[in-house]
Design a binder for this molecule. Structure first.
Ligand SMILES: Cc1cc2nc3c(=O)[nH]c(=O)nc-3n(C[C@H](O)[C@H](O)[C@H](O)COP(=O)(O)OP(=O)(O)OC[C@H]3O[C@@H](n4cnc5c(N)ncnc54)[C@H](O)[C@@H]3O)c2cc1C
Ligand SMILES: C=CC1=C(C)c2cc3[nH]c(cc4nc(cc5[nH]c(cc1n2)c(C)c5CCC(=O)O)C(CCC(=O)O)=C4C)c(C)c3C=C
Length: 477
């Protein structure tokens, strides 16, 4: 039987679900409902008239692994190859990433030399921790915080500095609260399968999803790309998806279509919108943030709503800055700041190093993005509803001044307060997911959960979650 499918949320997850559903003959109609005035969600690029591009969300996507290949396959299908800005492994932005510790920038150790020698801020060679890791017995807990896991296996120094920073630079979150099982599944699976992270990395620790690489994905691997962006910014990706979907029969995309209430009975779903209209669907794929879905589910699904609400998210203040000339003392992707150094400032991305193509035309400039807050937002800035833009701008400029010794003032700036932008997979997240999916199955709800709240927050993970949701409904596409 052909189905009418409603996809809730027009972020990259919802668009991906529609893209894959639209290839199936088993779907008669797809309706995408996006609450705001545009699709793309957190993929948002400020494009200035002089050619400069500033990212207010993700700025780079990894090409590797099954999920990375899957995204590149989609990029290829959308005809965006000529728009790509790849960064290869020999680029300084790939080789140089910094940590700001005890008032100084330190290049993160890389390559064999970086592992064999003592490199500050670490007090001994990383190889020592790696060799010890091989003989540490397997943990017995079903889940563990990222910090506890890495402390146990690799020592507290790596956990306190490197892993603390990694969690701030991917989840804007606290490694002591985040779950290793859900945030970094390869680490957890390596210990489970091989008894060691190192052995798991060397020998593999289980079959992940298989994705046949397109010519583009093969090119990325051959040319050793580490990340990619797009000439007119990451927002180009949802724009191209939206354009492609609008050309397909049987696909309806609605902006300003905020879902207010979902009701379900034996005939299917009734979806009520904020503007008072409603529509019917046989199946719902929700890519809304978990808490947003919780607040529109019917009261009868209260158990599910409570589980969804327990998936927290954090606020991030993002400040784009443009300076006249080349002002950086180092060249690289950027630096991350451990929570013990300055909890409120997560790190600074040196955007003009990886993507100089996004600089304004004519004259040298440096573009930086300071990211602040995350799990430390309230303790640093107070309520996100009350904080002043100027406070955020001043704090960002001050961080650039003290971390990078930049004394000049920015010639342009843009402050964005991203409320609840990154879900936090806290300890026990996997159990909550299991319970939610069990509830949906036990109650025969025609509902699929996709998007960043569940199985990975990266652009690649979210795009893959849209594909998995579509395939769960209509079979392999
Ligand atoms: C600052 C920042 C930097 C990042 N950097 C990177 C990076 O470098 N690389 C990377 O891979 N990933 C990065 N990410 C992560 C990635 O961008 C996100 O996880 C991903 O874009 C989330 O997509 P989504 O579709 O799941 O959710 P969203 O983008 O949140 O989309 C959900 C959509 O649902 C809509 N919506 C909400 N409520 C309703 C409702 N009631 N009715 C209808 N619509 C509704 C929203 O308007 C939104 O458009 C970053 C994220 C942030 C915030
Ligand atoms: C070096 C500075 C960086 C800052 C500051 C930073 C902030 C930041 N990042 C996210 C979310 C994600 N970032 C991701 C990838 C990623 N981020 C950085 C650097 C900084 N991030 C790098 C170098 C990379 C590439 C990954 C790599 O090659 O090591 C991702 C995707 C991760 C993936 O699995 O693909 C996300 C998600 C937030 C929310 C944030 C601060 C608010």
């Amino acid at each position: 039987m052909q189905k009418v499918v409603a996809v809730l949320g027009g972020g990259i997850g919802g668009l991906s679900a529609c893209h894959h559903l639209s290839k199936s003959p088993n779907v008669s109609k797809i309706v995408l409902l996006e609450g705001s005035g545009r699709c793309g969600g957190w993929l948002s690029s400020v494009r200035r008239d002089d050619g400069a591009v500033f990212e207010q969300g993700p700025r780079g996507v990894r090409p590797g692994g099954a999920v990375g290949r899957n995204t590149l396959n989609m990029v290829s299908e959308l005809g965006l190859e000529s728009e790509l800005l790849p960064i290869t492994s020999d680029h300084l932005a790939s080789q140089n990433r910094f940590l700001y510790v005890k008032g100084q920038l330190h290049k993160m150790p890389s390559g064999l030399g970086g592992v064999l020698r003592t490199i500050p801020p670490f007090s001994r060679p990383i190889i020592q921790s790696v060799l010890k890791e091989l003989v540490i017995s397997k943990g017995t807990e079903e889940d563990e915080s990222v910090h506890a896991f890495v402390s146990r296996r690799l020592g507290s120094e790596l956990a306190d500095i490197a892993i603390d920073c990694l969690c701030r630079g991917v989840f804007a979150g606290d490694s002591r609260q985040l779950s290793v099982r859900s945030c970094f599944p390869p680490l957890y699976e390596a210990e489970q399968a091989r008894g060691s992270i190192v052995l798991g990395m060397l020998m593999g620790s289980g079959a992940g999803p298989k994705v046949v690489p397109s010519g583009l994905a093969k090119r990325a691997s051959k040319e050793s790309w580490t990340q990619w962006s797009l000439k007119r910014g990451m927002q180009t990706l949802p724009e191209a998806l939206e354009d492609s979907l609008r050309r397909r029969n049987g696909v309806e995309l609605h902006h300003h279509a905020k879902v207010k209430r979902l009701n379900v009975d034996s005939t299917g779903w009734e979806i009520k919108l904020d503007d008072g209209t409603s529509l019917k669907a046989d199946h719902v794929i929700s890519t809304l943030p978990a808490s947003a879905l919780a607040s529109v589910l019917p009261p009868a699904a209260q158990t599910l709503s409570e589980q969804l609400r327990s998936i927290a998210s954090v606020n991030v203040a993002l400040v784009n800055l443009e300076y006249e000339g080349f002002i950086l003392p180092v060249t690289g992707f950027g630096h991350l700041v451990p929570s013990t150094e300055d909890a409120g400032v997560l790190g600074v991305v040196y955007d003009s190093v990886p993507f100089p193509e996004h600089n304004r035309s004519g004259g040298a400039t440096t573009r930086l993005t300071v990211m602040m807050g995350g799990a430390w937002f309230e303790q640093t800035f107070g309520s996100p509803d009350l904080v002043m833009e100027q406070t955020l701008l001043d704090r960002a400029v001050q961080a650039v001044n003290s971390h990078l010794s930049v004394t000049s003032q920015p010639v342009w700036s843009c402050v964005a307060l991203l409320k609840n932008c990154i879900p936090q997979y806290h300890l026990g997240h996997w159990k909550r997911l299991e319970k939610m999916r069990q509830y949906i199955s036990n109650h025969n709800l025609a509902l699929t959960l996709a998007g960043a709240s569940y199985d990975g927050v990266s652009v690649n993970d979210v795009i893959f979650s849209g594909r998995t949701a579509a395939e769960g409904l209509v079979g392999k596409i």
